[in-house]
Write a protein of this length. Structure first.
Length: 262
């Protein structure tokens, strides 16, 4: 049986190439949660439910109605035509901190026998309450490479066009994800999430609370602050596009050079 929850600490870096060059980097931490876990034994500062110093709620993901996430994940896989045993499903996300969370990106990792990665769901959210899930098959490699057509409006500085290329080193002692957005003129945005696994305890959580106070609120503040900086730089600002017609779409595997996991 897998651990119900694991802690990852690291940094995210964003680099916009166009319409105006812009770069920023922030420290963060995330939790990797077994969606079937009903409690987090040994922890008093992290609880299931909407409230607590640190908390996790199924209501923040998938159908967003508080129902278990496994049926939602299995339904998305079936819709995408991805056959998976889905023996274990883990979710990488921010926890709620004093009841608040916003996840620009949450990632579901679907595992079969021997922990082999079978599929990945990249769940993207914007600050207008819209969400879209990019569902892609996996090959159980040390590095997974995926691509998907952009379906969700996430920034007033980019149209809903082109697509994403994902390079993912799945969670182990570290997690490394690079996303490159391609527009009509080529690559125009790059984001990297680099995390290292840390021992999870109440002491570790309390330390992170003071090291990165109100981090989840800071995520939203940072989004608007960086948007203001782009406006000051003269980046063109476009209207918000309507939400996607479908809540999920299937992505694709791309060529890989790395050897399959042993």
């Amino acid at each position: 049986m897998s651990e119900p929850v694991t802690l990852y600490v690291g940094r995210t870096t964003h680099h916009r190439f166009a319409p105006r060059p812009h770069r920023f980097s922030y420290r963060l931490f995330q939790l990797l949660i077994d969606v079937d876990a009903q409690r987090f034994d040994g922890l008093t500062l992290l609880r299931r439910g909407p409230f607590g110093l640190f908390s996790y709620s199924d209501k923040d993901h998938g159908p967003r109605d508080g129902s278990p996430l496994r049926p939602w994940v299995e339904a998305r896989l079936a819709e995408a035509g991805i056959a998976a045993q889905a023996l274990t499903i883990r979710l990488l996300c921010f926890p709620r901190i004093v009841g608040f969370v916003f996840n620009p990106l949450s990632i579901f990792f679907v595992h079969g026998e021997d922990e082999r990665l079978e599929a990945v769901i990249y769940e993207v959210n914007n600050t207008f309450g819209q969400t879209h899930a990019y569902v892609v098959p996996a090959e159980g490699c040390a590095v997974e490479r995926h691509e998907a057509d952009k379906a969700l409006y996430v920034s007033p500085f980019y149209r809903v066009e082109g697509g994403y290329h994902f390079r993912l080193e799945p969670p182990g002692e570290r997690l490394d994800l690079t996303i490159v957005k391609h527009g009509a003129a080529g690559p125009d945005f790059n984001a990297r999430l680099l995390l290292e696994r840390r021992l999870l305890s109440d002491a570790a959580l309390l330390n992170l609370f003071f090291l990165m106070p109100l981090m989840t609120l800071g995520v939203v503040a940072a989004i608007h602050w960086e948007a203001l900086r782009l406006l000051i730089k003269g980046a063109p600002f476009g209207p918000r596009a309507p939400g996607p017609k479908a809540g999920a779409s299937r992505g694709r595997l791309t060529k890989r050079l790395e050897a399959r996991r042993a």
